[in-house]
Structures are given as structure tokens and as C-alpha cells.
Design a protein around this ligand. Structure first.
Ligand SMILES: Cc1cc2nc3c(=O)[nH]c(=O)nc-3n(C[C@H](O)[C@H](O)[C@H](O)COP(=O)(O)O)c2cc1C
Length: 345
């Protein structure tokens, strides 16, 4: 099945919402055990979950990860609800892929979210492989200016493109083009996967190209191999075989730990609760991204998204209280909070 971007994006959202298998529900973070404090020696209200990202204050370290890169009233409604809720609660937000904007300027209203989110980091998104299909740094710079974004998420999705019937798979020779893009844009470029993780050697290559932020988007949550498979469920489609391919998010964080002094780590892929967020921070993440769990609330209303975000914040705050960590500085990369660390210390 070959479809245009708009039709494809709608299919993606429909499958992501309704398929029982699109979210792999591996719950990899459940294997991580933390040191509960019966005597935390802090008041619950003394815990501060706030942090800064891209020079803006966040109520807690959450990013609404890139979603819905299409156009049309329904996708614009989803984006607006996410942006309005992000601003109301104080979390960062990234749009889905802006590629359609390069082909169809009528898609602009779905991406012009600065008015809805004036106070929080608002980021754009583009597939890195597009740099091999004619997209130029100047085009991207113009879009960034037009949308008033604080950073660009550059996604790497070779698995998805390999499975997608109309996938663009020319991933060779990308690194120098990434380097030029990073040097051209006046805003940071953040490298991200879409659910298969980023390895240490890739992170190293990205750092050499000037990248200073990595969103791991590891496996265990939404699977793009599975979603593409469900668009074309034939025995010849390898998407089912690869549905759990990738580096599980906690492993990806551990593997990238040695680079923490040179890159800001964002954890994502299967993060579902405030406890998962606390564990990701302990493994070295400065920020946590969540995508699919926010899709259904975003189809309803801004209030539904706000409620979901507030639940996450309460869970995260409670985890910090029970770990006896009053600030994020006490939590992030603090391996003494892991039971495994205590056993081996
Ligand atoms: C409906 C939907 C659309 C998405 N679109 C994009 C996209 O345009 N660009 C991108 O980099 N990632 C996209 N993603 C991937 C997410 O940003 C995220 O990396 C992935 O879903 C794993 O996080 P999760 O397990 O919390 O869903 C999309 C995810 C969903 C659910």
C-alpha cells in the first residue's frame, strides 16, 4: 500500500490509538529496584520536581515526545491540545515530523503552536534521512524561524523506514549532512530514535557531528515496526518479526552513561509512570519523554491531557519523597538509589 504523507499519518494515529499491540508493554523499568526510605527525613512538600530545559523552567522533567506530523483539522486538534496542556502544567513539547510543511504550506496551522505554548520549550521534528532526499539546512532554518521553535528533534528511524511500504531507506553518508545542519541552525539539534534506541557508537558519531542532546527512544513501548506491519499485514512483511527489535530503554541509558558529561540524555520509549521517570533519572536522564499514552487524552481535550500530566507529576513527586531526594540534583545519576548498587558496593 502506497499512500501520501497525510493519509499515512492518519493511519499511524489510528493504529497507534486502537491497536492492542502497537505499545509493546514490556515494562522494562519494572526490573529496576530502588532503595525505599522509611525515614526520608524530608517533608513531602519540601520536594521540588522543577528543572530547566533549553533555558525554560519546567514543573517536572517531562517532554511530550514528538507525535502527529500530519495536517488536517483532527491532527491540528491533537497538537493544540498537547501544546495547551504542556503550557498549563509546565512541561516541554515536541511536534511530530515537519516534513509535510516542506511540501504543503497549508499544513502550517497544525504546527504553529507557539501561541498555545508561549512559556515552555516548543520543539520541531524532522527525519534525518530527509537530508538524503533533498531537504536543505536553509529550508529547515526557515521553518524553525517561522514556527519559533527552541530546538529541532532530528529522528533516526531506519527500522520504520525499512518496514514501511513507501519507506525511504537511503541512510548512507548522513553524518556530514547532520554536521552541516547542526552548524547552520541557530537552535540545538536533538538526535532521537523512534523506539529502537541509540547505541554508544552512534552517540559518539552524533557527538562528532556536533550533537549535544540525545533522546534515546528505546524499545519496550511504542513499536513502529508493529505499526507499519499493521498497515500491511501480509506474511511477506517482516514488521511483526522486528516488532520488539532494539535496545531496551534502561539498557540504552546505561550504555550512554559514559557520555553524560558531553550530552544531555533524554529517556523515552515505554516510560509510563512517574516511577519509571524517577528510575530513568537515576540512570542518568535529565528529562523523560512520553508519547503514546498522551495520544488518547489529546484526542479528547486539553483538560484530559492536563489530568494525565498532573498524575505523572504526582507520581514522580511521591517517588522523590520516598527516595529521600529533595531536588533533581539529588536524584539524577545517583546510583546509590539502586538496590543493585547497594548489593555490590
Ligand atoms: C502517534 C505517534 C506519532 C509519532 N510521530 C513521530 C514523529 O513524527 N517523529 C518522531 O520522531 N517520533 C514520532 N513518534 C515516536 C515518539 O516520539 C516516541 O519516540 C515513541 O513513540 C516511543 O515513546 P512511547 O513508548 O512513549 O510512545 C510518534 C509516536 C506516536 C505514538
Amino acid at each position: 500500500m502506497i499512500s501520501n504523507i497525510q493519509t499515512r499519518k492518519k493511519e499511524h494515529v489510528t493504529i497507534a490509538r486502537h491497536s492492542k499491540d502497537a505499545d509493546r508493554r514490556k515494562y522494562h523499568f519494572d526490573a529496576i529496584k530502588l532503595v525505599h526510605r522509611a525515614l526520608p527525613e524530608i517533608h513531602y512538600d519540601a520536594v521540588s520536581t522543577s528543572t530547566h530545559f533549553l533555558h525554560k523552567k519546567l514543573a517536572f522533567p517531562l517532554l511530550i515526545s514528538s507525535m502527529t506530523g500530519g495536517t488536517g483539522a483532527d491532527l491540528a486538534y491533537i497538537n493544540r491540545n498537547l501544546a495547551t496542556a504542556a503550557n498549563a502544567v509546565g512541561v516541554a513539547i515536541a511536534t511530530g515530523s515537519m516534513r509535510i510543511l516542506l511540501e504543503d504550506p497549508a499544513a502550517l496551522p497544525a504546527f504553529a503552536l507557539r501561541q498555545a505554548a508561549p512559556d515552555v520549550p516548543l520543539c520541531g521534528n524532522l527525519g534525518a534521512v530527509q537530508l538524503n532526499y533533498g531537504v536543505t539546512p536553509d529550508q529547515v532554518a526557515k521553518l524553525a524561524e517561522q514556527l519559533q521553535i527552541d530546538a529541532l528533534f532530528l529522528h533516526f528511524n531506519p527500522l520504520q523506514e525499512a518496514i514501511q511500504p513507501e519507506g525511504q531507506t537511503q541512510f548512507g553518508g548522513l553524518t556530514p549532512k547532520i554536521k552541516t545542519l547542526v552548524a547552520t541552525l541557530p537552535i540545538p539539534v536533538i538526535a532521537k530514535e523512534v523506539g529502537a534506541g541509540i547505541s554508544p557508537s552512534d552517540a559518539k558519531r552524533l557527538m562528532d557531528a556536533g550533537i549535544q542532546y540525545v533522546e534515546v527512544a528505546g524499545s519496550g513501548g511504542t513499536s513502529w515496526s508493529r505499526i507499519e506491519y499493521e498497515r500491511d499485514m501480509t506474511s511477506a512483511n517482516p514488521g511483526q518479526c522486528f516488532q520488539d527489535w532494539g535496545i531496551p530503554t534502561p539498557d540504552a541509558l546505561r550504555l550512554l552513561q559514559p557520555f553524560r558529561d558531553r550530552i544531555t540524555l533524554i529517556a523515552s520509549g515505554g516510560i509510563r509512570t512517574g516511577i519509571d521517570m524517577a528510575k530513568a533519572c537515576i540512570l542518568g536522564a535529565s528529562l523523560c519523554g512520553i508519547a503514546r499514552p498522551l495520544l488518547e487524552p489529546a484526542c479528547q481535550s486539553p483538560e484530559a491531557v492536563i489530568q494525565h500530566l498532573q498524575n505523572l507529576q504526582r507520581e514522580f513527586h511521591t517517588a522523590m519523597f520516598l527516595l529521600g531526594t529533595p531536588t533533581l540534583d539529588d536524584l539524577i545519576n545517583n546510583h546509590t538509589l539502586l538496590i543493585d548498587y547497594q548489593n555490590h558496593a
